[in-house]
Design a binder for this molecule. Structure first.
Ligand code: FAD
Ligand code: NAD
Length: 488
């Protein structure tokens, strides 16, 4: 390392630094910050303590979706006469686990490490820690750069329940990398991870019980949790709403017992805790640069940390939205903003500028890969009302659309738009039903583009696709009724 610790400033000569940018954490977000800065000519190093590719590739998005996909495809076939008769056996759990293993490259990151090399990004293996302004220590060696980006992801939150930690519950890592399907599985937490993994393990053969202290998927429109709970029930999953565990224990035979507040108890071979995550900041040495590791990062839309002109926090690490695609979007903005500041070229950080993650504030797409799927973007009705906006709400039975009835026998689904009446633009959209995730991007474009409803009228959905739900919603907006030339 060439630069001195606290004395290093952003206007020191470029040559005195080891790199132009050091990124802490090579998850999807860190990789993108590094890539975008490198594309603009910066010399970038990335520090990774585990596997290049991060949580998403090995223990989150990819393995969980691989565990879900086969059973979703099987149910889809069973919903279509003609295909249904060809399904003569149930799920092959071994083949599903093998496909999951392939998607995680058997937890080997050689491929992603080679990609870093090909992109011109230097990989430093080990846990990085900030020891001063612009200085990162890895394995006893210091590296310097005028800009540092923290992309260290998030860690699970374990609720303070008596005996829980000692019972060695599964977290989402253990669930997504499991090589056996437990006969019984209790899931604590009815959020996105708990809901998806309930579908996954139930389809693989576990008897699953979900303990959700309130409804499922409480961040979304109320009908979402209700309909997904009904679907889980139909799959044989028991969803216990309002269930509060008071203690947990694992006996010598390995069976976990969960004692509930109402006096009842549950037993299972495994207990999965999926009760949320928090930014992974406690081991970063933030105190060395005058920041409190407990209070999290306060970032602007270029991901610059408040009170600094050199430190960035991106993706799960800043706690804005814990989603890969949104973190990567922030990473693209941050990588280019860091490069612009480095080169002294114009910073486009005003609303919707290239270097600003403006969509974080009202256009975040979210998909739950349950069956039915949940796809939502922007504000829910509750959130919009909380902002005291003049809104109008449109709802449509998705099953009544010709494309949906062709897609699956007895298709059940729903769509909802939240409209800003003053500007006549969409603030939020929610779709629920089989395969609705691919409907979502149209809504995201309408929100980001602030397309007025009168112009959306001219965006004609093809017949007979499920996208015709847009026409039904627009008719409702214009005429106040769904009963307009419907059917075909
Ligand atoms: C079960 C589950 C399923 C999910 N499914 C989806 C999904 O389908 N779609 C979606 O959009 N999101 C999903 N998510 C969320 C998604 O996984 C995260 O939003 C995403 O991984 C965040 O990326 P990141 O790069 O910020 O952090 P991470 O992927 O966590 O990467 C951070 C990296 O930093 C490294 N690191 C940490 N500390 C240090 C240090 N001090 N020095 C060096 N390296 C360090 C870690 O080893 C890790 O590799 C899911 C999450 C879970 C738990
Ligand atoms: N498809 C996807 O995009 C996807 C899938 C899985 C996870 N994720 C991301 O990963 C993050 C973590 O997922 P998650 O499901 O753990 O978090 P979450 O915030 O979605 O859900 C946590 C749930 O646990 C409940 N909970 C919290 N404390 C509890 C307690 N003591 N007892 C009972 N219930 C309790 C909460 O009420 C909530 O319903 C999420 O923020 C999500 O964005 C995304």
């Amino acid at each position: 390392m060439n630069a001195s610790a606290q004395g290093t400033t952003s206007d020191s000569p470029e040559q005195s630094y080891d790199f132009d940018l050091i990124v802490l954490g090579a998850g999807p977000v860190g990789e993108n910050v590094a890539d975008y800065a490198t594309k603009h000519g910066l010399r970038v190093a990335i520090v990774e303590s585990e596997l290049v590719g991060g949580e998403c590739s090995y223990w989150a998005c990819m393995p969980s979706k691989a565990l879900l996909r086969s059973s979703n495809a099987l149910r889809a076939a069973r919903r279509v006469p003609g295909a249904r008769e060809a399904v003569t056996a149930g799920i092959n759990a071994g083949a599903v686990l093998a496909r999951r293993d392939a998607f995680t490259s058997n937890w080997n990151d050689d491929g992603q490490a080679s990609w870093l090399e090909s992109a011109g990004i230097e990989l430093i293996r080990g846990a990085g820690r900030l020891v001063g302004r612009g200085i990162v220590r890895v394995g006893g060696r210091d590296y310097s750069a005028p800009a540092i980006a923290v992309a260290t992801g998030s860690v699970p939150v374990l609720p303070p329940i008596s005996g829980l930690a000692q019972a060695k519950p599964w977290g989402t890592r253990e669930a997504t990398s499991a090589d056996k399907v437990p006969p019984r599985l209790i899931i604590l937490g009815g959020g996105v991870a708990g809901t998806e993994l309930a579908f996954a393990f139930s389809s693989l053969g576990s008897q699953v019980t979900v303990l959700a202290r309130s409804g499922l998927l409480g961040r979304e429109e109320p009908f979402v949790g209700e309909l997904v709970a009904q679907a889980l029930d139909a799959e044989g999953v028991e969803v216990r709403l309002g269930a509060a565990p008071v203690s947990v224990a694992r006996n010598e035979q390995g069976i976990v017992s969960v004692q509930l507040e109402d006096g009842s108890a549950l037993q299972a071979e495994e207990l999965l805790v999926s009760t949320g995550r928090r930014p992974n900041t406690s081991e970063l040495g933030l105190e060395a640069i005058g920041l409190d590791p407990q209070s999290g990062f306060d970032v602007d839309d270029t991901m610059l940390v408040a009170g600094t002109d050199w430190l960035y926090a991106v993706g799960d690490a800043n706690g804005r939205t814990l989603l890969t695609h949104q973190g990567k979007y922030q990473a693209r903005a941050a990588g280019e903003a860091i490069a612009a500041r480095h080169h002294g070229t114009p910073l486009l950080d005003s609303e919707w500028g290239t270097h600003a993650a403006t969509a974080d504030h009202g256009a975040v797409p979210r998909v739950v890969f349950s069956d039915p799927e949940v796809a939502a973007v922007g504000l829910t009705e509750r959130e919009a009302r909380g902002k005291h906006l003049d809104i109008r709400v449109l709802e449509q039975d998705l099953g009544a659309v010709a494309g949906a009835s062709l897609h699956a026998e007895g298709y059940t689904g729903r769509a909802k738009l939240v409209i800003d009446e003053r500007r006549s633009v969409i603030l939020g959209a929610t779709f629920l039903g089989q395969d609705v995730s691919e409907l979502l991007h149209a809504a995201t474009i309408a929100i980001v583009g602030e397309v007025e409803m009168s112009r959306l009228w001219h965006a004609v959905p093809a017949y007979p696709t499920m996208s015709e739900v847009w026409l039904r919603l627009l008719e409702q907006y214009r005429f106040g009724t769904t009963d307009v030339a419907s059917g075909s």
